[in-house]
Design a protein around this ligand. Structure first.
Ligand code: FAD
Length: 417
């Protein structure tokens, strides 16, 4: 019997997990990624959750200790570098590229095609045809749009659904262990560290290094620093030295030297000196934070998944976990529906739409005090005005319970067994 064929558009984490889950359920899968070379990490860290690890195991990827680092203590530093709060923690922190590599290596090479930029989709009688910028096309019985927040797939079916800027950005920095002064490394390596200046949030921790190693001497340090930025300032930050404005995100090497110098000066003035010192040794870059909610996930034989479907602010660190749950739900729904692909897709939408919405809402509430910094004080609600340092740290420590509760409440627990 010929295997049913699925096309997955987008070859990042969401697309790769979808490819594995569908293959496990008997589909022949081709992943089409617009980039011409394998995706390169910016060395950034990635929080994991037990559900992600369980789904990776379903894909045959044994997520062991070598894939992440587990700092035993969460602390919050004050501006002078003194510990304000200290709590035990047990989160496993990995790296984007650690997961990408593992997922890609476990896929047959011929299933992953680079340089295939989708421009349009056509559907007829249960067949979906993907057309690419190079003039080629591919056909299948299913197309999964895992092409991220600016999804071309979503754009064709829901042109008015756009990401909404949350009013703050995440400055990110990653630096090799070898480049961190040893006394700072010793102080920070065992910590899941917070700095919470008024209206801002910084989280930092050790992650696997450039070669994805967690061996001593080859790890890296990762910093994520959320800061409110109004739209005019964001436009300025996103304008390069030649005066070109990069509305869809400025590539890190094009961030102007004066912008980098300013954020480093702000780091020295605002955050704990031990973290500021590490931050200033790195080449920081930023990502604007968005909310995105798709009112519909399925269009004939086309399904949206991962960030193409919903983008939740990254506070729960669950974007990849959600993409993995989407993938597992899609594959399982299709298997349960047998020959009736449309019924399987309907079930997928019915399950993942409420979950995606909840994840966006929970993270929006958590980032509300960051968004609110751009409003006059009189217009802020009490919750937006005051955020309790202990509660922020506690929320991060309890994160996996929170995500687990959401997964259970939406009837998705069986996906991650
Ligand atoms: C600051 C920040 C911190 C984060 N931290 C975490 C964390 O700790 N834990 C976590 O789980 N998640 C985190 N996330 C979220 C996470 O990165 C994503 O949710 C997750 O990786 C799922 O992404 P995706 O594969 O759906 O989309 P993406 O990673 O955006 O991939 C989309 C892919 O589609 C390709 N593509 C786009 N258009 C086309 C086209 N027309 N044709 C072909 N290919 C195309 C792109 O090149 C890209 O490779 C964070 C996000 C941010 C912004």
């Amino acid at each position: 019997m010929t295997r049913r064929r699925a096309l997955v558009i987008g070859g990042s984490l969401g697309g790769l997990v979808a490819a594995h889950m569908l293959r496990n359920r008997g589909w022949s899968v081709t992943v089409c990624e617009r980039n011409t070379e394998e995706l390169a990490s910016r060395g950034v860290g990635l929080g994991t959750h037990p559900q992600l690890i369980a789904i990776l195991r379903r894909a045959g990827i044994d997520f062991d200790e070598s894939m992440g680092i587990k700092p035993p203590r969460a602390v919050c530093f004050d501006r002078r570098g003194k510990i304000l709060i200290e709590q035990p923690t047990a989160r496993t922190l990995s790296g984007w590229s650690r997961l990408y590599r593992a997922l890609l290596d476990a896929l047959p090479a011929e299933s992953y095609r680079l340089g295939r930029r989708l421009v349009r989709i056509e559907q007829k009688g249960g067949t979906v045809t993907a057309m690419f910028a190079d003039g080629t096309s591919e056909r299948g019985e299913l197309l999964v749009g895992a092409d991220g927040v600016r999804s071309t797939v979503r754009g064709q079916f829901l042109p008015d659904v756009q990401p909404v800027y949350a009013g703050y950005i995440a400055w990110r920095a990653s630096i090799d262990e070898a480049d961190v002064p040893p006394h700072l490394w010793r102080e920070l390596v065992e910590l899941y560290a917070f700095c919470l200046p008024e209206g801002q949030q910084l989280i930092s921790y050790a992650v696997p290094g450039r070669d994805n190693s967690t061996a001593v001497g080859r790890r890296a340090y990762n910093i994520v620093w959320y800061r409110p930025v109004d739209r005019d300032t964001l436009a300025d930050l996103s304008t390069d030295a030649e005066g070109r404005h990069h509305a869809l995100g400025i590539p890190p090497p094009l961030i102007r030297p004066d912008v980098v110098a300013k954020i480093k000066a702000d780091a020295r003035a605002t955050i704990a000196p031990q973290i500021a010192e590490v931050f200033c040794l790195a080449a920081p870059f930023f990502q604007p934070i968005y909310d995105l909610v798709s009112p519909q996930l399925v269009f004939g034989r086309v399904a949206l998944a991962g960030d193409a479907a919903f983008v939740a602010r990254p506070h729960a660190g669950a974007g990849t976990t959600k993409a993995a749950l989407d993938a597992a739900c899609l594959a399982d729904s299709l298997r349960e529906a047998g020959a009736d692909i449309d019924a399987g897709l309907a079930r997928y939408e019915q399950m993942q739409k409420p979950f995606g919405r909840t994840l966006v809402e929970v993270n929006r509430a958590e980032g509300a005090y960051l968004s609110a910094q751009l409003k006059p004080k009189a217009e802020r609600t009490a919750a937006e005005l005051h955020r309790d340092i202990g509660a922020v740290v506690r929320a991060h420590i309890d994160r996996s319970d929170q995500v687990g509760n959401m997964v259970a409440a939406h009837g998705l627990s069986a996906l991650a067994l």
